[in-house]
Design a protein around this ligand. Structure first.
Ligand code: ADE
Length: 231
């Protein structure tokens, strides 16, 4: 099954962008996901192709018009779960990503300027999703992050890479941060002469001890960096 992404944006040429490369790009070529980036401006009706206007009540900035976004939305042959990227939304996490990746696709609205008229969100039941407590200049990079996180979970996308249930934050895992990884050379000397070795236990060949060490590392890291995850 093809996971379908619709994107409503003023910058359709930004897509697929980085998602055309690496893992997501290979999955795209295999036909595991597809996208349709619709330019909201194509639905403007005046000769200047205006998509925004000043806010009622005054204040700085411009607001994207509900009627024009609606036309873009209704032009889609089929809409899937509707998401508006916004720093005001529910903060994205791996559980939500898993949920989205198990649907048949998503429809993402990307805002610019001060945002969009609230009525488009209310009238069409958009879920607001944030990628973290900071503000971007537009929803497009946030949409790409959401897309990347979902695409890598689609069936057939991951090859030899780690199975998602083993990683940090996955609902199927122990909920701890990942242990540190090492590869050759076992002894590494930096350009300025400092020596770094791989922990001996990882070279011992004792799988039981390695597993125990990794668990301990995960627990220590989580305690130090993200005690909130232990609850
Ligand atoms: N648009 C602007 N900032 C954002 C954020 N933090 N998350 C999602 N969309 C955004």
């Amino acid at each position: 099954m093809v996971w379908r992404i619709n994107i409503l944006t003023l910058f359709p040429e930004m897509f697929p962008g980085p998602l055309g490369q690496t893992l997501a790009g290979r999955a795209f070529e295999k036909g595991l996901w597809s996208f349709n980036a619709v330019n909201i401006r194509d639905f403007a009706e005046d000769k200047h192709k205006t998509v925004d206007d000043t806010p009622f009540g005054g204040g700085a900035g411009m607001v994207m018009r509900a009627d024009i976004i609606e036309k873009a939305l209704l032009s889609l042959p089929r809409t899937t779960r509707k998401i508006y990227m916004s720093p005001r939304g529910r903060v994205l996490n791996q559980r939500l990503v898993e949920e989205f990746s198990q649907t048949d696709g998503i429809t993402i609205l990307c805002g610019r300027y001060e945002g969009v008229d609230q009525r488009i969100l209310d009238a069409y039941d958009f879920e607001e999703i944030s990628i973290g407590d900071y503000v971007l200049s537009g929803g497009e990079p946030a949409a790409m992050i959401l897309m990347d996180a979902c695409i890598r979970l689609l069936p057939g996308v991951m090859g030899n890479e780690e199975t998602p249930s083993e990683e940090s934050f996955s609902a199927g895992a122990d909920g701890l941060l990942e242990y540190p990884h090492y590869t050759r050379p076992a002894e590494w000397v930096t350009a300025d002469g400092r020596q770094f070795s791989v922990p001996d236990i990882l070279r011992s060949g004792d799988h039981g001890k390695v597993a125990k060490w990794r668990k301990e590392q995960s627990a220590q890291l989580t305690t130090a960096r993200r005690p909130d995850l232990l609850k």
